[in-house]
Write a protein that binds this ligand. Structure first.
Ligand code: PGA
Length: 250
C-alpha cells in the first residue's frame, strides 16, 4: 500500500514564534521516523516553519490555496505563491473549508489543478457528515468527492496526491471512527482509484485517516490494511502525542 505519511493540521493555531517553538519540540522526537512527517501551518507561519524544519525530514504544508495564479481575489493565496516559497504540500478540501468557507467539490478540483501545476503535493480531504453515514451513503459521498477532485489529474500527477479520509463527525469531536470503519472507507477510496486509474496506482496511493486520531488510538488505526497514515488536528499540537503517532506509522 502507499507510503506512510503523518501530517499535522494545525488549523488556525500558533503565531510564527509559537510555530518555531512547536517545530523545535517535534524535531528531535521524529528524527528517526520511518514515515513522511508533515506539519500544516497557517499561511503567516510558513516562512518561519520552512526555516525551522531545515536539517530535518519534516515537510511543510499550507492549509489551502486559490486556483488562479494571481488577480483580484482579496484575502487569497495562490499555489504559485506557495511554490515560490518552496512549500512542499497543501491541504485541500478540508471539511472546515467546505462547511464554513463554501468550498465545493468543483472548487476543490480547481485548487487541485493549480496546486499540481505548481508542483505541490496535495493532501485531499474527503469525508461524510453524520447524517450521510446514517443514511448509508458514505461510500457514494467519498467516491463522488474523490472523483470530482481528481478530474483531469493524470496517473503521473496522482503520485503527488495523498487522500485523507476524514469523517466529519470524527473531526475535533473526540469521537474517532473505529479501526474497521476507517479501514472500510479507505479501502473504498482505493477501489475508486483503481477504477479511475488502475490497480498499481491504487496500491501506490497514500490514504490517510483523520478525525480525533491520537496517541492512544493511532497504532490500531494505522495497523489497518488500507490506512497509510493520518491527518492529525488536535494531537498535532502536542509534540509527545504527535511523535507517538509518527512512531506508530510503520
Ligand atoms: P482532529 O482534526 O484530529 O482534531 O479531529 C483532524 C483534522 O481536521 O484534520
Amino acid at each position: 500500500m502507499g507510503k506512510y505519511v503523518i501530517a499535522g493540521n494545525w488549523k488556525m493555531n500558533k503565531t510564527p514564534a509559537e510555530a518555531v517553538e512547536l517545530i523545535e519540540a517535534i524535531k528531535p522526537l521524529v528524527a528517526d521516523a520511518t514515515c513522511d512527517v508533515v506539519v500544516g501551518v497557517p499561511f503567516v507561519d510558513l516562512p518561519a516553519a520552512l526555516e525551522a524544519v531545515k536539517g530535518s525530514k519534516i515537510g511543510v504544508a499550507a492549509q489551502n490555496c486559490h486556483w488562479e495564479k494571481s488577480g483580484a481575489y482579496t484575502g487569497e493565496i495562490s499555489a504559485e505563491m506557495l511554490k515560490a516559497m518552496e512549500v512542499g504540500y497543501v491541504i485541500l478540501g478540508h471539511s472546515e473549508r467546505r462547511t464554513y468557507f463554501g468550498d465545493t467539490d468543483v472548487t476543490v478540483q480547481k485548487r487541485m489543478r493549480a496546486a499540481l501545476d505548481a508542483g505541490l503535493t496535495v493532501i485531499l480531504c474527503v469525508g461524510e457528515y453524520l447524517e450521510q453515514r446514517e443514511q448509508g451513503i458514505t461510500g457514494e459521498i467519498v467516491a463522488m468527492q474523490t472523483k470530482v477532485a481528481l478530474g483531469g489529474v493524470s496517473e503521473e500527477e496522482l503520485a503527488r496526491v495523498i487522500i485523507a479520509y476524514e469523517p466529519v463527525w470524527a473531526i475535533g469531536t473526540g469521537r474517532t471512527a473505529t479501526a474497521e470503519q476507517a479501514n472500510e472507507v479507505c479501502a473504498q477510496i482505493r477501489d475508486v482509484i483503481a477504477g479511475l486509474y488502475n490497480d498499481k496506482a491504487a496500491k501506490a496511493v497514500t490514504i490517510q485517516y483523520g478525525g480525533s486520531m491520537n496517541a492512544a488510538n493511532a497504532a490500531e488505526l494505522l495497523a489497518q490494511s488500507d490506512v497509510d497514515g493520518g491527518l492529525i488536528g488536535g494531537a498535532s499540537l502536542k509534540p509527545a502525542d504527535f511523535a507517538t503517532i509518527v512512531a506508530a506509522a510503520k
